[in-house]
Design a protein around this ligand. Structure first.
Ligand code: AMP
Length: 473
């Protein structure tokens, strides 16, 4: 169905045309007429499907009639992260440019006084993360009794982040008669229960989850040592052999985000880290710098990067195999967007076999294997859980990727800025020889060192001594 048949107003259609969209995405096609009718929606969809516009476009038209009263928002959109909330606010800006709707963005880390002032003026759309909303509610700055439309976005991510009790509290503060739009990428039992509680006779819309990665993404898997130092060296080798314009590099744990970002910086990569524990001002600044191209590599956690809409990423790297197979699709889906081609690389330790197998089951194919020369650690362990790192296959396997090809063409393109010196301290790609890693088994305890070139100076982080294969946060 073309956009013009969905029941949207001329103003909204004009803004959509200005945004360059010619056809609605499947979720927009199905959700927009239903939302305009005032019905509840249970949307099983994730970012990248056009989900945000599927609720913002009809909301703009619904809210165009009527006026907001001071401190009494007319609609409420709950988002799990500040970045997602900010993106939704930007969507209202883009699609609502011919309508005069007022909105407020209530996210942690921003000055509360400014947010109070906006609320006092009255807002049509309130976009909030749960914690900050409750905070302002408790201070008496908001009354939620006038909310006619509630959107709970990324519910499964809210669950992961422990926000469900907050959401339940918030929903109790809203009128019972309202329209509720509830979105989730997955539908575990807790989410099903919430949907049953919050929705009345909803229209269920399920858009084919991108259980497969986009055709525009070429993704590869390299099995390297699970030892963090060697993995970092393997990552540097990969980065240097690929024409990376800008990339997200995913870690499973927040603390590893910091460690990896620091390590890459030490090697003069143009890099920053992004995770949920960072001060909001720094997060915003970092993201802006990444979007503007001032930073080319962003090391991040899943939560921080969820839904980030950066349309022209050239690469995604998984420094860790995601423990949740769906996160693989999310991560890889950050590249190859808007018709451009993208490349994604996953570094797996031999013990990550079961996670890689889960991903293969979900996407319905095996990820193409490549060798990172000098770092290949052989096959994945099928049980995935046993601590048998260091068991390495003999060399000699046929090259299956560009990395090996690049090497054959006369070695990888080392960045002019890459320092050979620290490579000694960190098993640099340049110095890696086939078999050299055998000497660097996991049993090599990290040494405390005062060598200023060593990756961590005197402070050897805890994770280097944690039980191998442990999966955290
Ligand atoms: P979302 O799933 O809401 O995060 O949207 C993913 C991306 O798709 C965003 O960059 C949107 O700007 C873009 N988008 C949304 N709707 C359309 C459409 N109908 N046609 C083309 N791009 C769209």
């Amino acid at each position: 169905m073309p956009f013009t048949d969905l029941g949207l107003s001329e103003d909204v259609l004009r803004a959509v045309a200005d945004a360059g969209y010619t056809e609605p995405t499947p979720i927009q096609d199905q959700a927009i007429p239903v939302v305009l009718m005032g019905r509840d929606v249970l949307g099983l969809a994730q970012t990248g499907t056009g989900k945000t516009a599927s609720f913002t476009l009809p909301m703009i038209d619904i809210l165009a009639a009527g006026r907001a009263r001071a401190r009494m928002p007319r609609s409420l959109i709950l988002e799990p992260t500040r970045e997602l909330a900010t993106q939704v606010a930007e969507n209202f800006e883009t699609y609502g440019k011919y309508n005069k709707l007022s909105k407020a963005l209530l996210i942690g880390g921003e000055a509360i006084a400014d947010q109070q002032q906006v609320l006092d003026r009255g807002v049509d759309v309130l976009i909030a993360t749960p914690g900050r909303l409750l905070d302002l509610f408790e201070r008496g700055n908001i009354l939620l009794t006038d909310v006619k439309i509630l959107v709970i976005d990324e519910s499964d991510r809210m669950l992961d982040m422990g926000f469900i009790p907050d959401i339940e509290r918030i929903v109790k503060l809203l009128p019972k008669i309202r329209q509720t739009l509830f979105f989730s990428a997955t539908f575990p039992p807790e989410i099903r229960r919430l949907a049953d509680d919050f929705l009345i006779n909803p229209k269920e819309i399920r858009v084919a989850p991108p259980a497969t990665t986009a055709e525009t993404v070429d993704d590869f898997l390299a099995v390297v040592s699970g030892d963090p130092k060697e993995k970092r060296a393997a990552l540097r080798a990969l980065l240097a052999s690929e024409p990376v314009r800008n990339a997200l590099i995913f870690c499973n744990r927040k603390r590893d985000v910091d460690i990896l970002a620091r390590s890459l910086k030490r090697y003069d990569f143009n890099v920053a880290g992004l995770h949920g524990d960072m001060v909001q001002a720094v997060r915003t600044e970092t993201l802006d710098a990444f979007r503007d191209g001032q930073i080319s590599l962003l090391v991040c956690s899943d939560v921080a990067a969820r839904g980030l809409d950066i349309s022209d990423l050239s690469h995604v790297f998984n420094f860790d195999v995601p423990a949740n197979a769906e996160d693989y699709v999310h991560r890889v889906g950050r590249t190859g967007r808007a018709g451009r081609r993208g490349r994604a690389f996953t570094l797996a330790g031999p013990e990550d076999g079961k996670f890689v197998a889960a991903i293969s089951r979900l996407i319905g194919r095996k990820i193409d294997r490549i060798d990172v020369p000098g770092f290949d650690a052989g096959e994945l362990e099928s049980d995935g859980g046993r601590r048998r790192r260091g068991r390495q296959r003999p060399k000699g396997r046929e090259s299956r990727g560009k990395i090996r090809d690049t090497e054959r063409q006369g070695g990888r393109r080392r960045r002019a800025s890459e320092k050979p010196e620290p490579a000694k301290a960190e098993t640099g790609a340049q110095t890696a020889k086939p078999g050299s890693k055998d000497k660097k088994s996991k049993r090599d305890k990290p040494r405390r060192t005062s060598d200023k070139h060593a990756a961590f100076g005197d402070a050897v982080p805890n994770f280097l001594t944690r039980p191998l294969g442990a999966k955290g946060n």
